[in-house]
Design a protein around this ligand. Structure first.
Ligand SMILES: [Zn+2]
Length: 99
């Protein structure tokens, strides 16, 4: 029983870390996408940036975010992808409690 409890605690702790990284990645990705959207609209302020470069930059941020999510947003226990709900309570693949 003691072993089981400790495993649960480690899963919850690792999920907490992964959730924190995921929130951070969402914040960083949103910041850059919005920043580049603003620059795109206010092109007069940043003359040397072409609109194509800003669109490419946004696509790069989105692709990097998807790549990071695929790597990070996984169940600590069975390593399967957790899906779109960031406040998950349990893994739908292995039923591990995450919080
Ligand atoms: Zn799982």
């Amino acid at each position: 029983m003691a072993m089981h409890k400790r495993g649960d605690t480690q899963i919850k702790r690792e999920f907490w870390l992964r959730q924190g990284r995921q929130f951070l990645a969402i914040a960083v990705a949103l910041f850059f996408v919005i920043l580049m959207a603003v620059l795109y609209k206010r092109n007069d302020l940043v003359g040397e940036f072409s609109k194509n470069a800003l669109v490419a930059g946004q696509l790069s941020v989105i692709i990097a975010f998807i790549g990071f999510t695929a790597f990070n947003w996984r169940c600590p226990s069975c390593k399967k992808y957790l899906g779109s709900d960031i406040n998950k309570r349990a893994c739908r693949h292995c039923n591990s409690r995450l919080r």
